[in-house]
Design a protein around this ligand. Structure first.
Ligand SMILES: [Ca+2]
Length: 361
């Protein structure tokens, strides 16, 4: 035991850089005392029927404060894989025994007695560090209620504040850009969000802006209003896009594929129709090339298929493309094996084998 304690304090000394470990020691200890409480509740009236008989009453009151019960509780304090926890329990088993037999009544809060006051790995709420000093802003309301104190409740940390969203400064009393003070004195501060148009502000409307955010500009009346980027002389979007103004910004949207250039969404907002489309009742609509007077798919056994903005030429049924012309598809029966048989037959007979094929011609 003596060895452990010395080694432990040596470790604490050499590990002042290891603030994270100090914070973890406290949470390990908290886990131990939480599990102690669970084990205590679980062993209440354990192994006893209802505690009705006189014998049971006597046995129960003996068990309540017994070493047997303590051992049962100690066994459940740590997961077997949790090295830190098992190490801490092993190192401080004596103290836990002392509390169980001698201090429990006077100091019922095991966390406070064990983690804070005895093995000194934790601090009271609102304090931090080796000596449990008050956090920035005081231990009552660390960071004036607008942030978290580093190391709060542990023997680690530096006690400084990381402020909540909207707050800044050492004491978390100042507002960040885009926020303004609804209320502020030396110890209290409430910040609220500015209007979306303000970079800085003194109130909640667009009239209260100090500086406007990008995409907004001050009007003559002093309010920040949206800039309509789309109405500028040189529009910010590409040729196949139209501009969509939004509050504080804009976006460039793709034109409909029926358009060459456009002023809005859909085929009715085209500046000109794209190739394969023609104007029809104010909108660019697909040209059906297959119904044009000029044959779109010249050549024998070819068919025309209209698609949006174009058309495709395909071979008719039972024909396939070969070297730029449509030729008759070979029947599945004419595989290599049967081809030999066919070849050995007289040509007339072979031709007669496909009367249906010729009908398609
Ligand atoms: Ca805009």
């Amino acid at each position: 035991m003596q060895f452990f304690c010395k080694a432990g304090s040596l470790l604490l000394h050499s590990a002042h850089t290891n603030a994270k470990d100090l914070k973890e020691s406290c949470s390990t200890c908290r886990g131990i005392t939480d599990n102690f409480k669970k084990g205590f509740d679980k062993t209440t009236k354990k192994n006893f029927g209802g505690g009705n008989t006189a014998w049971e009453e006597r046995a129960l009151s003996k068990y309540e404060t017994s070493e047997i019960r303590l051992v049962e509780i100690l066994e459940g304090l740590c997961d077997s894989s949790n090295f830190e926890c098992n190490h801490m329990v092993e190192e401080h088993e004596e103290e836990l025994e002392t509390w169980w037999f001698k201090r429990k009544t006077k100091h019922p809060d095991l966390f406070k007695w064990f983690c804070i006051d005895t093995i000194k790995v934790c601090c009271p709420k609102g304090t931090f560090g080796p000596d449990c000093n008050g956090c920035v802003g005081g231990s009552e309301r660390p960071c004036h209620g607008n942030g978290a104190c580093d190391g709060d409740g542990t023997r680690g940390g530096h006690g400084r504040c990381s402020c909540n969203q909207g707050y800044q400064g050492e004491f978390c009393l100042d507002c960040v850009d885009g926020h303004f003070n609804v209320f502020k004195n030396d110890t209290f501060s409430v910040c609220a969000e500015c209007h979306a148009s303000c970079k800085t502000c003194t109130g909640s409307t667009n009239q209260d802006c100090g500086e406007c955010k990008p995409g907004w500009a001050k009007s003559e009346g002093g309010a920040c209003n949206d800039v309509d980027e789309c109405s500028k002389e040189s529009p910010p979007c590409g040729e196949q896009q139209y501009c969509l103004n939004t509050d504080g910004s804009y976006s460039c949207q793709a034109c409909d594929k029926a358009c060459t250039g456009c002023k809005g969404a859909g085929p009715s907002n085209c500046l000109a129709c794209a190739e394969g489309f023609k104007e029809d009742e104010g909108a660019c609509t697909d040209i059906n090339e297959c119904e044009q007077p000029d044959e779109a798919c010249p050549g024998e056994h070819r068919e025309c298929v209209n698609i949006k903005g174009s058309h495709r030429c395909i071979c008719s049924s039972k024909f396939e493309e070969k070297d730029g012309v449509c030729v008759q598809t070979e029947e599945p029966a004419a595989s290599e094996e049967s081809q030999e048989v066919l070849d050995s037959e007289p040509p007339e007979a072979a031709e007669q084998k496909y009367p249906e094929g010729h009908e398609d011609l």
